[in-house]
Design a protein around this ligand. Structure first.
Ligand code: EPU
Length: 338
């Protein structure tokens, strides 16, 4: 199936709910349709273009004056199995949380801690989504897609994906060159649980035994108690990354801010909690017009209704400025600003 529109509203295609328009919008449900579209319409190759997945990590500042490509490939297929593992090929257009639910119901372990993350399967490797001690990359075997330079199908094994904290080659070197059409996940039939993050173990214990179902339930409870549901309040999850700094910077900051949360990575570096830094600057629950900061998680910028992309961007700039001034730390956006 393909769909093509001109001057098409993207309001329902970004979880901030920003009402901008794409000059051209192309949606397809398989890789061949995209190959045919791009090769038979050579003029598209000269238009600026943008690849839109689930739109859950995006802030549009303005109308998009080019071609928006929305690969909406469906399907969850079991392609291989052995005694320990099962391999699923999942279309980029599948809803991420539907995949997690499917895995939990099928007793396939791995993704349960990543329950309720908004967005599509295709965006998961780009962003290397993560939460509560797990990252998607731990369970990705290959990322399949289309090379927009050669218009050939391309399968990229996980070791070549450059996965890091909320980072991958798809955000870096291959940005604008590669469209994800499906992802192959390798999941465990005899899962090892990871309950190590924060209150996860405690919440699971309240529900009884540690099972995939109970972990999913506990994670959903923890997430929903802090993070706003994008279908109720526009948001894109964490707006900034948690900054990684050297331990000597940590030492200096701790001398002044003794209660600051610090997650040691190794002897050289640690990660700080951006949400804590932002809260200390007084932003938690802030609202100006319809642009705001979530009242329970200061790392989440929210659209209470009619905020524009520019208003939200300006707010994020002010937040960055105040964290820089108070702590000397340069926050980096996690959200992709277009
Ligand atoms: N904190 C505050 N004030 C706040 C927010 C957090 O003091 O307003 C403190 C908390 O008390 C805690 C620490 O900061 O001590 C960490 O908070 P939390 O456990 O809520 O996690 P986070 O570091 O703020 C990260 C991810 C989330 C992910 C959670 C759980 C990033 C940028 N964010 O948030 O991911 O769900 O951990 O693993 O790494 C996302 O990427 O969109 C996202 C929501």
């Amino acid at each position: 199936m393909i769909r093509f529109f001109e001057h098409y509203s993207l309001k329902d295609y970004n979880t901030f709910g920003i009402d901008v328009k794409a000059k051209y919008f192309f949606e397809c449900t398989d890789l061949e349709d995209l190959q045919v579209f791009l090769s038979s319409n050579k003029e598209w190759r000269t238009e600026p273009f943008f690849i839109l997945g689930g739109g859950s990590n995006l802030l549009f500042q303005d109308d998009y004056n080019g071609l928006v490509i929305h690969p909406n490939v469906p399907g969850i297929t079991r392609i291989k199995e052995d005694r320990q593992h099962v391999w699923l090929e999942v279309g980029a257009g599948e809803v991420w949380d539907d995949l997690v639910e499917y895995c939990v119901n099928s007793e396939y372990g791995g993704l349960e801690n990543l329950s309720h993350i908004p967005g599509s399967v295709g965006a998961a490797p780009v962003q290397n989504v993560g939460a509560y001690g797990r990252e998607a990359s731990q369970f990705i075997e290959t990322v399949n897609g289309l090379d927009l330079q050669t218009l050939e199908a391309w399968q990229i094994p996980t070791e070549d994906c450059g996965f890091g904290y909320r980072d991958s080659i798809f955000k870096g070197k291959l940005k604008g060159r590669f469209v994800v059409t499906s992802v192959v996940f390798k999941l465990d039939k005899f899962p090892e649980f990871d309950l190590s993050y924060g209150v996860v173990e405690q919440e699971v214990e309240k529900l009884g035994e540690a099972t995939l179902q109970n972990i999913r339930k506990a994670i959903i409870q923890i997430r929903d108690s802090k993070l706003p549901n994008p279908s109720v309040i526009g948001n894109a999850g964490s707006f900034f990354k948690n900054p990684v700094v050297t331990n000597s910077v940590v030492g200096k900051l701790m001398a002044e801010f003794g209660s600051m949360p610090v997650y040691k990575i190794n002897e050289i570096e640690s990660k700080l909690a951006a949400g804590w830094l932002i809260e200390q600057c007084g932003w938690k629950g802030f609202r100006e017009g319809d642009a705001g900061v979530h009242e329970k998680q200061a790392l989440v910028v929210v659209n209470h209704g009619k905020a524009t992309g520019q208003e939200l961007f300006q707010l994020s700039e002010k937040i960055k400025g105040s964290v820089k001034e108070k702590f000397g730390i340069e926050l980096q956006r996690e959200v992709n600003v277009v």
